[in-house]
Write a protein that binds this ligand. Structure first.
Ligand SMILES: NC(=O)c1ccc[n+]([C@@H]2O[C@H](COP(=O)([O-])OP(=O)(O)OC[C@H]3O[C@@H](n4cnc5c(N)ncnc54)[C@H](O)[C@@H]3O)[C@@H](O)[C@H]2O)c1
Length: 336
């Protein structure tokens, strides 16, 4: 039996694939390479010394998915494939609704046809939207404020509904906070194709002089140094969280939701200073106005994942910055 990882060539998916293969779990990756490079597959092979099955399949392509499920015995789907840029989703909402929701509906349709009912879904803390209740627990109100976050919430609701319709479904929804860092090998990591939306790849690209300077949005937040505080989690810890979820769901029929964060908040300036300390590179930055909708502090209540999944993140801020830096330094122009 195989575990199918959709979007497994992407940033988070590739790290999950490695954690699964470390445990000799048989993996099939599908990815349409719309936001990733096939070179990642070579690097997965180099790191693991194993060859996972890979198919260039779009999750919207029902015929190809049908072929895949017909020919390979799949036990569980870890579903990451989708678009993820908040800004892009505001400009191109139809693409986001089509790819994220439409693709998931096609995937679930084929899973049902072949009696594959176990799914772990990549959701996001974005589903919480604007909330002042910190830390954010899974019970907090859901109110995403952009199309990307709304697609995640629609999919969560779809999964809750299919579970109610047929108890055979076995669903885990993981709400990620802010994944950063890279594999220790320095061979795979976050490699945005355009100007990064997230803080860490922005910092690393300033460090290698691909970008001129970092813009820090707001310096008068109600925090110790005036910059926003977020919950960053090392991508390898996040990947391990999926393996824990996979073991937890075995032989169950559940539908459960977990935050995956560290439960610790770091400010933008703390991240910049830590990055400078571990890399020895000075980051050129300037303060600009706050962005609408940004909150002072966001961090996870991660107690549920700790208790039920035995999820205990291992990596600290130094590790996150060091590993991001090594990846960027080794790959200044991405996967060329
Ligand atoms: N990175 C983050 O900050 C973050 C935070 C919360 C949630 N997530 C979610 O985690 C998942 C993975 O994120 P990531 O950072 O690895 O993104 P990523 O873009 O690096 O990976 C997603 C992968 O899915 C592929 N893909 C997209 N549409 C597809 C389709 N229709 N068919 C097949 N493949 C398709 C892309 O080519 C890419 O390789 C996404 O669902 C994202 O929304 C990410």
């Amino acid at each position: 039996m195989y575990v199918l990882v959709t979007g497994g060539i992407g940033y988070i998916g590739s790290h999950i694939v490695l954690e699964l293969m470390k445990l000799d779990i048989k993996v099939i990756i599908i990815d349409n390479l719309s936001n990733s490079s096939i070179k990642v597959l070579d690097r997965i092979i180099i790191i693991s010394n194993k060859i996972p099955l890979f198919f260039n399949i779009d999750i919207n392509d029902e015929n190809k998915l049908d072929w895949l499920f017909l020919n390979y015995k799949i036990s569980t789907v870890i579903h990451l494939a989708g678009f993820k840029s908040v800004g892009d989703s505001v400009k191109n909402p139809i693409n986001y609704y089509h790819n994220n929701i439409g693709g998931t509906i096609t995937l679930l349709t084929v899973m049902k046809k072949y009696n594959v009912y176990d799914i772990i879904f990549s959701s996001s803390a974005t589903v919480y939207g604007v909330t002042k209740l910190m830390p954010i627990s899974e019970k907090c109100a859901l109110n995403p404020i952009n199309p990307y976050g709304k697609t995640k919430l629609y999919i969560e609701n779809l999964l809750l509904d299919i579970f109610k319709s047929n108890i055979q479904w076995n669903v885990i929804i993981l709400r990620y906070f802010n994944p950063v860092g890279a594999h220790k090998s320095g061979l795979i990591g976050d490699n945005p194709s355009l100007i990064p939306n997230n803080l860490m790849p922005y910092i690393t690209q300033v460090a290698v002089k691909k970008l001129e300077k970092l813009f820090i949005y707001g310096k008068d937040y109600n925090t110790k140094d005036g910059t926003g505080i977020r919950d960053y989690i090392h991508v390898v810890d996040l990947a391990v969280g999926h393996v824990k979820a996979l073991f937890y769901m075995q032989n169950k029929h559940i539908c459960e939701i977990f935050n995956l964060g560290t439960g610790i908040g770091y400010s933008v300036l703390e991240l910049v200073k830590t990055f400078e300390a571990v890399s020895g590179v000075k980051i050129n930055f300037t303060f600009v106005d706050r962005r609408a909708g940004d909150l002072d502090i966001i961090y996870a209540d991660s107690s549920l994942a700790r208790e039920k999944l035995e999820f205990h993140p291992q990596f600290n801020l130094d590790d996150m910055c060091t590993d991001s830096w090594i990846f960027q330094k080794n790959n200044p122009d991405g996967y060329l």
